[in-house]
Write a protein that binds this ligand. Sequence first.
Ligand SMILES: Nc1ncnc2c1ncn2[C@@H]1O[C@H](COP(=O)(O)OP(=O)(O)OP(=O)(O)O)[C@@H](O)[C@H]1O
Length: 261
Amino acid sequence: MADVLPKVSVRDVGKVFSANGREVQALSGISLDVHDGEFLCLLGPSGCGKTTLLRMMGGLERSSTGTLRIRHDDRSRPATAIVFQDYSVFPWKTVRANVTFALLQAGRSRRTARDEAAHWLDLLDLGGFADAYPETLSGGMKQRVAIARALAVRPELLLMDEPLAALDAQLRLLLQEKLLELWEADRHTVVFVTHSIDEALLLGDRIAVMSARPGRIGTIIDVPFERPRDPAEIRAAREFTELRERIWQQLRREIQQEGAR
Ligand SMILES: Nc1ncnc2c1ncn2[C@@H]1O[C@H](COP(=O)(O)OP(=O)(O)OP(=O)(O)O)[C@@H](O)[C@H]1O
């Protein structure tokens, strides 16, 4: 009955870090399911453990308590791929080689890797920069390389940790729209960490709002906008404004509580 199991199943997960003889309880009692083909956003105050939870899903961190399971059905695809905030691309490789390398690692033949890399670079409007090195690119372009690389290997679960946070406001809007378009074309499972309520409302199917540290899942909001979404229409909708305010009030309380401790 693999098809009824969630893609990601998190049960009562806690995480304690030990640093400089001090223990930090980063997460506590996290339970959450992510379903096949769902775009789930994690939103929460700074330091509430969003990155920690995402890194656990990507196998980069172990939980201290509880269980976290990722359902991996198709062994020809990687279980996960991660896009970080800081444009983590190989600086010594060209744009094309960055993407081709990931595809070779994922088991593609050299020829298929080259063809698929070209396809993804075109989709991310990087076709004209295939032979450039990352240092010659803007932040937005570097991040598009990182996104192309992650999407190209077709992971069963794509994890994104504030991928647009370092971009300027206009570029961020453009890349949000690009991500929306690409995601709606094939609807793979995504967990996306963001600080932006607007971004979460535009992209997400559900938004998990976390409490201040130790992070817990506070509420989970179903985003009511139908797909495919038109960004301009969504941003202008009354429901968008109302939901944004509701989520902000909740975040505000969490941030104030954190500040009062
Ligand atoms: N390797 C580590 N060692 C010690 N403490 C850590 C480590 N990683 C994270 N922490 C602590 O765990 C808590 C959660 O950190 P995390 O980065 O997951 O939060 P976040 O919600 O992603 O924060 P932000 O929104 O600011 O990026 C913080 O208090 C952080 O200092």
